[in-house]
Design a protein around this ligand. Structure first.
Ligand SMILES: [Zn+2]
Length: 199
């Protein structure tokens, strides 16, 4: 009957979490903008212990924010998030049917995932078996305070870029949604005005 909390399992080395902002200049052909106008596309990369987690998929910033949120109390069951997804936002387009599992301890969060994230064998049971046999489980442990500080630093950097960029943000509506999962919003309920300034 003894439940072992993940935080009390033998001390595991902590991994260092980083969310790096990637800025890409995109030349628009859209009718709404002057043809050839330069815009800035914002995206994120996950770096762990100074190495990029180089799954060839779009990182869902909102999924990362929810996965590593400090506010959710440890529930023992953990949660799955589609941290990697298709550029359109639907992970199944990218053959991703199982996301990244997050298990919360008192002071740390474990991430478990299979790599590659894409199961290119298909959606059937045999395909799942083949994927399991050919993919590799990977586990990381982050300090919850380090990860949350990094998420806040990332969002602050994004806000500065939005406010100071000479170029329009190509995916601005998508980027503004990132702020809906700002860890600071759930820590104090009346701080929603932190977000509005981003535009
Ligand atoms: Zn898609």
């Amino acid at each position: 009957m003894n439940m072992i909390k993940s935080s009390t399992i033998e001390a595991k080395k902590l991994n260092h979490f980083e969310l790096r902002l990637k800025q890409t200049t995109v030349y628009q052909e859209a009718d709404t903008l002057q043809s050839g106008a330069a815009t800035l596309q914002l995206s994120a990369e996950i770096w762990i212990d100074a190495q990029m987690l180089d799954e060839p998929h779009t990182v869902s910033v909102n999924a990362v924010l929810r996965s590593l949120a400090k506010v959710n109390s440890p529930d023992g069951g953990g949660r799955w998030d589609f941290v990697f997804t298709c550029a359109c936002g639907n992970p199944s387009c990218a053959c991703i049917y199982e996301g990244v599992g997050a298990l919360r301890g008192e002071e740390s969060i474990d991430w478990v995932l299979r790599r590659p994230q894409a199961n290119r064998f298909g959606t059937g049971v045999l395909a799942f078996k083949q994927w399991c046999e050919t993919s590799q489980w990977q586990g990381y442990r982050f300090d919850v305070d380090q990860a949350n500080a990094e998420l806040i630093r990332f969002l602050d950097e994004v806000a500065v870029v939005i406010n100071t960029s000479d170029m329009p943000i190509a995916n601005e509506s998508q980027v503004l949604i990132w702020f809906e999962d700002d860890p600071r919003l759930s820590q104090s309920s009346q701080s929603s005005d932190q977000v509005g300034d981003a535009a």
